[in-house]
Design a protein around this ligand. Structure first.
Ligand code: URA
Length: 204
C-alpha cells in the first residue's frame, strides 16, 4: 500500500528534505496515484517532476509533461476538464487512474535502478487492486519495465515500443507510448495524434 512518509530510498528522502527546507510550499513527498478508484485504465508515468507533481502533489500536474496528457484525456471524454491545475481542484477522471513508477522526485529526473526496485511494491499494490479487465498504459520504457517487474516478468519478456500492445499474464493488456515529456513533444517524437491514438485504444 502507498506510504505517504516512505523513506526507503535515502538519496531520494534526503533530496526531498532539502527541497522542503528551501521551498516549504512544495509537496516534496511521495506522490499518490490520482483518479478513478475503479479504473478501466491505469496510466503509469516515470516519476514526479520538480515543479510539477513534486510541487502540487498530483501526478503530471503543474509542469509541461501534464499538458498533453490531461488535454487528451479531456478530448477523449475521460475527464471533466482539460487542465489539471492543482491537487485540490475539482478535476475528475472517468475510468482512468494515473500513477508513477517512482513516487518520489529523483535528482535530474533519473531514478536509480535500486530506487525503481524499492518503489515497485507500491506500483504492484496499485495494480493488484485494479478491476480484472483494467488495461495499463506505460508512458516510456521505465514505466513499461516497472510494470513488467510488478508482474514478476523478465524485462526481456515484452519489448517496449511506441503503440505496442502486449498481453499480460493475467489477461490485462499493456499499451506503450513514448513519454509525453517536453522533449518528446517538442521534437515531435511524440505528436498529439500519436498520443491520442494510443490513449484511445488503451481506454477503449
Ligand atoms: N510528472 C509525473 O507525475 N510523472 C512523469 O512521468 C512526469 C511528470
Amino acid at each position: 500500500m502507498f506510504k505517504a512518509d516512505c523513506k526507503t530510498c535515502s538519496r531520494l528522502a534526503t533530496f526531498l528534505d532539502n527541497i522542503k527546507a528551501e521551498r516549504p510550499d512544495y509537496f516534496a513527498a511521495p506522490v499518490p496515484a490520482f483518479g478513478d478508484e475503479k479504473p478501466k485504465l491505469l496510466i503509469v508515468g516515470l516519476a514526479p517532476g520538480m515543479h510539477g507533481a513534486n510541487r502540487t502533489g498530483r501526478p503530471f500536474t503543474g509542469d509541461f509533461a501534464g499538458i498533453l496528457l490531461y488535454q487528451t484525456l479531456f478530448d477523449l471524454g475521460l475527464s471533466s476538464a482539460p487542465v489539471s491545475e492543482h491537487a485540490s481542484d475539482s478535476l475528475a477522471l472517468y475510468g482512468v487512474r494515473i500513477t508513477n513508477a517512482v513516487k518520489c522526485l529523483p535528482p535530474q529526473n533519473k531514478p536509480e535502478t535500486s530506487e525503481i526496485r524499492n518503489c515497485n511494491p507500491y506500483l504492484k499494490s496499485e495494480i493488484d487492486i485494479l478491476p480484472v479487465s483494467c488495461n495499463l498504459m506505460a508512458l516510456g520504457k521505465i514505466a513499461h519495465d516497472a510494470i513488467l517487474r510488478a508482474y514478476g516478468l523478465k524485462l526481456s519478456a515484452l519489448k517496449f515500443g511506441h503503440a505496442a500492445e502486449h498481453m499480460l499474464p493475467d489477461g490485462r493488456k499493456l499499451f506503450d507510448s513514448y513519454h509525453c515529456s517536453r522533449y518528446n513533444t517538442q521534437t515531435r517524437r511524440l505528436t498529439e495524434k500519436m498520443f491520442r491514438d494510443v490513449l484511445r485504444r488503451a481506454s477503449g
